[in-house]
Design a protein around this ligand. Structure first.
Ligand SMILES: C[S@@+](CC[C@H](N)C(=O)[O-])C[C@H]1O[C@@H](n2cnc3c(N)ncnc32)[C@H](O)[C@@H]1O
Length: 330
């Protein structure tokens, strides 16, 4: 049995073992792809075909093609983008070589590397006080694992956790993470010994969010994921993010906000109800200025909230002055 076949088998046996206690069917399916299947829609032959199987390293090239299907416009300074694009490309070319694969360099740089650079830039570009510095990252619905490329090169001191439940994505992530020359702790390899302890690369299926400690993450990443989940899983995961983020931690979402791929829930309203506050959302047009609108939501730190609340005297004087102003308008 090849190494890749073994990974798929490990994934399937972890799922079989956990399914009654942790993994109901709605948690381990991809609502959007299921909808496409029901409608008989197919991607072209060079893209992934079946998300519930794994063919081995060549699926990485299929996933690169998948990403190259859409333009990745942006308006970010080229002198900031170029070094990140280069870093991403060098790393992935090494990984492709390692697995005896090749991919068009121009196409890679324009689509995959540029996309990686955009997200890394946006996740890090908003300055934060040092107590909110990013030490632990959760990448939910990690695709082939692309976010780990720049994060681990630029910030080798972080604990980086990839999470997914779809066999093709999970196995590709395992392959990609194992190629990043960093120690990898993967739940499906050793389910009973899984623990997140210090810097490194960790990999966990969606159904084991119980292994993520409360208030332990500084950043949760959800790129082109939330809109593709079922309403039930969406609700479940937003509550998990609220639990596992530290006060002051950030939730980075980037997608086609009101696409309706898997549900028609209003994610912004759900996040507000959970107490998140929107810190950053650029005034740009989806698919024209950027591919997917980036947003940064923050789980408020009660100390900061208390410090920003106006005092009673200030509030009353404000109300009084507003009242006087309204009389003047009439
Ligand atoms: C369009 S891809 C985006 C991948 C990645 N975030 C990126 O930006 O390249 C959607 C991702 O959501 C994941 N996903 C779908 N259903 C999921 C589920 N039930 N639990 C976790 N991840 C899921 C897929 O496996 C895939 O990795």
């Amino acid at each position: 049995m090849s190494y890749c076949e073994q990974i798929l088998e490990r994934f399937n046996s972890a799922l079989e073992h956990d399914k009654v206690r942790f993994a109901p069917p709605w948690m381990v399916s991809w609502a959007y792809q299921n909808k496409r299947d029901r409608r008989g829609l197919k991607y072209s032959a060079e893209n992934p075909q079946d998300f519930y199987s794994f063919d081995g390293p060549q699926d990485l090239v299929r996933w690169f093609n998948f990403q190259a299907d859409s333009a990745k416009p942006d308006y970010f300074p080229e002198d900031v983008m170029a070094p990140l694009v280069e870093l991403s490309r060098t790393c992935d070319e090494r990984i492709l070589r390692q697995h005896g694969l090749a991919f068009d360099t121009g196409k890679y740089s324009e689509h995959v590397a540029r996309y990686n650079a955009q997200d890394f830039l946006l996740q890090n570009f908003y300055p934060v006080p040092s107590r909110y510095a990013i030490q632990q990252v959760l990448d939910f619905g990690a695709g082939y694992g692309r976010q780990a490329n720049l994060w681990l090169q630029k910030r080798p001191d972080v604990a980086y956790v990839g999470m997914d439940a779809i066999p093709l994505s999970y196995c590709l992530q395992h392959l990609y993470y194992s190629s990043l020359s960093r120690p990898l702790t993967d739940y499906v390899i050793s389910p009973s010994g899984f623990a997140i302890e210090g810097a490194g690369l960790y990999h966990l299926p969606t159904w084991r969010t119980d292994l993520l400690a409360t208030s332990s993450f500084d950043l949760v990443i959800c790129i082109q994921v939330l809109q593709e989940l079922s309403p039930r899983l969406l609700e479940q995961m937003l509550a998990v993010f609220q639990r596992v983020l530290k006060p002051g931690g950030a939730l980075y979402i980037r997608d086609h906000e009101h696409w309706g791929a898997g549900h028609h829930r209003n994610v912004a309203r759900m996040l507000s109800r959970l107490g998140f506050v929107l810190e950053f959302k650029p005034h740009v047009q989806d698919r024209r200025d950027v591919h997917g609108i980036p947003r940064l939501w923050r789980k408020p730190d009660p100390e900061v909230q208390a410090s920003q609340k106006p005092g009673r005297r200030h509030r009353l004087l404000g109300l009084y002055q507003d009242f006087l102003a309204s009389l003047r308008v009439r």
